[in-house]
Design a binder for this molecule. Structure first.
Ligand code: NA7
Length: 541
């Protein structure tokens, strides 16, 4: 018997709710279940709380939302007590915060850590789910709540020869807990998404030599991280409720919103000044607090894209390296926009080399390094910053079966079908926190998470008050929601680009725009209205 089985032998195998995951979502969900007085079990495959921040320990991993909004709002006391050190906190600080929350609200005792859920099956006769774990447990539950994150199914590309590599290799999303020291080493980083762009400048400072293997050049905006001084902290503490209220209704759950102006109606010089001023401020606001047509109109988008290209040209000294780094052929913002600290500057270092995989792709991994079509690059370590099977991957990997044994991955084989991104037909009493078809990754995640958890908690309370046994979306509601999500996505520039938003980073994954892009505030209002109408679009029995 494993330690966790022994520890939990006193725990109930029949509960009101099972929660999967101990990140921002799972922790808050458990807190709400406790408040509702529901019996529950919660499972987490990591050895502790944190979710994304438990796994993503790579050098430079940090939040791209400001600390004062990248946190919970449900407890004003917590909000006042916790002191963030800087604008964009690093992984270790966010993990400390989540540890603090878990201890403060006594959440850890609800969880079985180091325990992976291996299947969840719905039994129509009893109306219960059976959840199985790799610890050999079977738990029956009325409600199944997934809090598995949107970017948690790490993707290591299937490059031949990896098993023969004699050095060490890592994926940014599954980073070891012990310190990885690259001093004196020849390191290769594959991938230039957010994780690559955050880690490359730091690895470059440590390693003897760094080779960056770039498939698609990325746009990036400076983070301009900085400590929070006493005066700023005083103001933040004073205004925090108002700041958070703005986030709750804003397009991407941030304390700013798109301008009412379009990029093309503004005089080019004025537009440049605007881009420059926000560039100096740093952060996502540069794009998402900017002209309202940037993600809808190619010409408008091009004004922003060209501004960033100019910045790259002005930063990178070697014109040939600059040429390779300059993104072309897709609109800015349609791949997740990274924030960086000295990313482009890093390519001016003597010990950093850029390999353009569009000119010479990776053929194989050899014992001594990476071989492209043209050359072998000797390496002591490889870092795969190659991303995740986003949004659907964490859910379809669990092994969820609904009515009639229908598998979730089969139901979603041509793309996810959900109602509000929180539920899916054929899987009664299952709730997905920030599932596909909800705003999720297009907004500040903790804001998205809290809204979903609150909505789910209220829904469960409603079901209990009514004495209802099941809730499930109707086919009409699910079809209409899918069509709405698609129509909104099609109205943007996103479908033009191969990105994880489109499922295009995973070989064989259907090409579907995964999140809801109607705006976070609009979505919240809609969810509230649906609840107020007695959960319109759901059949409740
Ligand atoms: P991303 O944003 O998916 O970036 C992955 C990067 O890896 C991207 O540059 C990819 O190039 C590259 N990639 C993927 N597969 C390969 C192969 N086979 N060969 C070469 N290069 C490859 O993941 P991140 O972890 O950086 O960020 C994920 C999110 O986590 C981030 O947006 C935040 O929300 C947090 P491509 O562009 O596909 O050509």
């Amino acid at each position: 018997m494993s330690a966790s089985q022994k520890m939990n032998s006193s725990r109930s195998n029949e509960v009101d709710a099972v929660v999967i995951g101990a990140g921002f979502a799972g922790l808050y969900m458990v807190h709400r279940l406790k408040e509702l007085g529901l019996s529950h079990r919660a499972f987490e495959q990591g050895g502790g709380v944190g979710g994304t921040w438990y796994w993503n320990r790579y050098p430079g991993a940090s939040s791209d939302s400001e600390s004062w909004v990248y946190s919970y709002t449900f407890s004003p006391e917590l909000e006042q007590d916790w002191q963030w050190s800087c604008r964009f906190p690093e992984q270790a600080e966010i993990l400390r915060y989540l540890e603090h929350v878990a201890d403060r609200f006594d959440l850890k005792r609800s969880f079985d850590f180091n325990t992976r859920v291996t299947s969840a099956s719905y039994d129509e006769a009893s109306g219960f789910w059976t959840v199985e774990t790799d610890g050999g447990e079977r738990v029956r539950t009325k409600y199944l709540i997934t809090a598995v994150g949107c970017l948690s199914a790490a993707q290591v590309p299937k490059i031949p020869g990896l098993e023969r590599f004699q050095g060490k290799w890592y994926h940014t999303g599954q980073w070891p807990h012990e310190k990885v020291d690259f001093s004196g080493k020849r390191v290769g980083v594959v991938g230039t998404g957010s994780s690559g762009i955050q880690s490359i400048p730091i690895i470059a400072k440590q390693a003897k030599h760094l080779t960056v293997f770039q498939r698609t050049p990325n746009f990036s905006v400076p983070a301009r991280n900085a400590p929070i001084g006493p005066e700023q902290m005083r103001k933040l503490k004073r205004d925090i409720r108002q700041i958070r209220e703005t986030c709750r209704w804003a397009t991407i759950g941030q304390p700013y919103d798109l301008l009412p102006t379009t990029a093309l109606e503004v005089d080019p010089e004025e537009r440049r000044k605007h881009y420059e001023a926000d560039w100096q401020k740093g952060g996502f606001e540069w794009m998402f607090g900017s002209y309202c047509d940037l993600l809808f109109n190619e010409k408008a988008n091009e004004t922003a894209a060209e501004f960033v290209r100019e910045k790259i040209r002005g930063t990178v000294k070697d014109p040939e390296v600059a040429r390779k780094l300059i993104p072309r052929g897709y609109p800015i913002g349609t791949k997740r926009l990274p924030l960086d600290t000295d990313y482009f500057e890093t390519f001016n270092r003597e010990n950093v080399e850029l390999v353009d995989l569009r000119e010479s792709s990776i053929e194989e991994i050899v014992p001594s390094g990476i071989r492209t079509r043209d050359k072998t690059y000797p390496l002591d370590a490889i870092v795969f910053a190659t991303g995740f099977d986003a949004l659907t991957g964490p859910l379809t990997r669990i092994g969820i079966r609904g009515r009639g044994g229908q598998r979730l991955d089969e139901k979603w084989s041509t793309g996810p079908r959900t109602y509000l991104g929180v539920s899916t037909l054929g899987f009664p009493n299952m709730f997905m926190i920030t599932g596909p078809g909800s705003p999720s990754v297009l907004g500040n995640m903790p804001t998205s998470i809290e809204q979903h958890v609150d909505w789910i908690s209220d829904c469960i309370a409603h079901l209990r008050n009514k004495g209802a046994t099941t809730i499930e979306p109707t086919k009409d509601a699910e079809d209409a929601w899918g069509a709405h999500v698609k129509e909104l996505g099609d109205g943007t520039l996103f479908p033009q680009t191969d990105s994880w938003y489109m499922g295009a980073n995973i070989p064989g994954k259907p090409r579907v725009f995964l999140p809801y892009i109607g705006g976070f505030g609009t979505y919240r209002k809609l969810c509230d209205e649906i609840a107020a109408k007695g959960y319109e679009g759901f059949s409740i029995t």
